[in-house]
Design a protein. Structure first.
Length: 250
């Protein structure tokens, strides 16, 4: 049996945690815990998924969130509604909104004041539910506009993450670099491309100091994606130690 290098970290997260994805989150959590030796992963919580699943008054879901956190699962705030309600139609923002997400780049075009309000309200709500601090903030689809980037430090988050790095919003120190390994289930073409990328990542990233893997509720609908996720976890648990994001800041 190969012993992972303790200096190399494997950071794994479940995105889009909300009442409307609870069954799929349970399935993913069980699969991750099996491969990672316990609840050694993070969850990204949406306060009101697509304005259809508010957690504010959902006592049963509050209990689920606290139970997951009590197990040691790190909890991140993941936007507010996850839906891009201010879509750009031109320029780089328009390209990102069209090609990098399916209308879910919530924080890509938000004005600073709106971004800050959603961050602070979401952070306060989630911390009140959990009875502890959130681990950080990760924008839906990992997309941030200038207003969101400015608001991050003001909102007091310890960590943030995009496609290529993890950093501290206050001060801007980059704590880990390298692409997130993730999968897409919304079309046959994206399924194929994500399967190809994960295969390449299993070959190219073993020497990277920090490897990040992110899974989504939609992955549970495609057996080939679940198989690829499992292969990826098996590969990287041989070389990297399942770890917590908080370790990046000591």
């Amino acid at each position: 049996m190969t012993t992972p290098d303790p200096s190399r970290r494997l950071l794994v997260s479940i995105h889009d945690v909300s009442p409307r994805s609870e069954r799929q989150v349970d399935q993913l959590a069980d699969a991750l815990a099996h491969r990672l030796g316990g609840p050694n992963f993070a969850m990204l919580v949406i306060p009101d998924h697509w304005r259809e699943a508010p957690i504010a008054d959902n006592a049963a879901f509050h209990a689920r969130l606290r139970d997951w956190a009590d197990q040691g699962i790190e909890m991140f705030l993941h936007g507010w509604c996850h839906r891009d309600e201010t879509p750009a139609t031109a320029g780089l923002a328009g390209f990102k909104g069209k090609h990098m997400t399916a209308g879910e780049g919530e924080f890509l075009n938000l004005p600073h004041a709106t971004a800050l309000a959603r961050m602070t309200e979401g952070k306060a709500m989630l911390e009140d539910i959990l009875g502890r601090s959130v681990a950080g903030f990760i924008a839906p689809a990992w997309l941030y506009g200038e207003g969101a980037l400015q608001a991050l430090g003001e909102a007091g988050f310890a960590l943030a993450e995009d496609h290529m790095k993890v950093w501290q919003p206050t001060g801007g120190a980059v704590l880990a670099r390298g692409p997130v390994i993730t999968w897409a289930s919304r079309s046959p073409a994206r399924i194929r491309s994500s399967l190809m990328f994960s295969r390449l990542a299993r070959l190219a990233l073993p020497l990277t100091r920090t490897v990040r893997v992110a899974v989504h509720p939609g992955d549970t609908t495609v057996p080939a994606l679940l198989d690829s996720i499992d292969r990826t976890l098996v590969r990287f648990t041989r070389s990297h130690r399942p770890a917590r994001y908080a370790e990046l800041i000591g």
